[in-house]
Ligand binder design. Structure first.
Ligand code: ADP
Ligand code: ADP
Length: 232
């Protein structure tokens, strides 16, 4: 079945007497192995949708099945468990700990998951090798380039074997060389069968995905798949 299956999701923010309907009925399915970009103007609901997809927040109404599991009605504590087990987050700010080496940064999610120390180190080094940093495992973030730092963040997102990689403007703070670097890692992950959802403002970044979902004013305004280099 699909990795993401959301139906008629609405999100209403209440601020005092004011209500803002940030999502007004979103229905979206993303299958295992898809590489999807989510785009839309400022205020269209991208962050709100990202937070719901990432189990950082819940919909006001509607349902969300993540890898077949209904997460719509879960408590904050239950959502935290799902986030840690099922989702690999990549944020614009890499949120790497500067005092820790690359592999120590990458093993952190495994510490939270209670994995034994020897296995943590082995898995951290394996996943760093997969993103092309096998020779940088003992380097600290300041000893790495921007593109390499973002690959450490990607490795940390992958180390828990997540069902979904959720990237929020991952290239927003990068120069063009580092952006190309990160996009090539996403391409490799896609080729290896990972499911990737990428929120981006940048058309040339979205073009690397095979499907683009556009939001406008809390609704999906278009959903196009790339077929042979052209969007249909
Ligand atoms: P985008 O990420 O596309 O810029 P958002 O999801 O951040 O869009 O915002 C969608 C709408 O919801 C906007 O009108 C925004 O002002 C409103 N909104 C977002 N977060 C909150 C919040 N925490 N409280 C109240 N309104 C919010
Ligand atoms: P913004 O969209 O305002 O730039 P971020 O993208 O950094 O903020 O974070 C969005 C949300 O995700 C915040 O609520 C933050 O606490 C949470 N968050 C940030 N990093 C992680 C992470 N590695 N794992 C889980 N949640 C995170």
């Amino acid at each position: 079945g699909p990795v993401i299956d959301i139906s008629e999701v609405r999100k209403v923010y209440k601020t005092g007497a004011l209500e803002v309907e940030a999502l007004r009925g979103i229905t979206l399915r993303i299958e295992q192995g898809e590489y999807v970009a989510i785009m839309g103007p400022s205020g269209s609901g991208k962050s709100t949708l990202m937070h719901i997809l990432g189990c950082l927040d819940v919909a006001t109404t509607g349902t969300y099945l993540l890898a077949g599991e209904d997460v719509s009605g879960l408590t904050e504590a239950e959502l935290a468990v799902i986030r840690n087990r099922r989702i690999g987050f990549v944020f614009q700010q890499f949120n790497l700990l500067p005092s820790l080496t690359a592999w120590r940064n990458v093993e952190l999610p495994l510490c939270y998951a209670g994995v034994a120390k020897a296995e943590r180190k082995q898995r951290a080094i394996e996943v760093l090798a997969r993103v092309g940093l096998g020779d940088r495992v003992e380097h600290k973030p300041t000893e790495l380039s921007g593109g390499q730092q973002s690959r450490v963040a990607l490795a940390r997102a992958l180390v828990n074997k997540p069902a979904l990689i959720l990237a929020d403007e991952p290239t927003g703070a990068l120069d063009s060389k580092s952006t190309a670097d990160v996009l090539s890692v996403f391409a490799d992950l896609h080729a290896a069968g990972h499911t990737i959802v990428l929120i981006t403002h940048e058309e040339d970044v979205a073009e690397h995905a095979e499907r683009t979902v556009r939001l406008h004013d809390g609704l999906i305004s278009s959903d196009a798949r790339r077929t042979g280099g052209v969007f249909a």
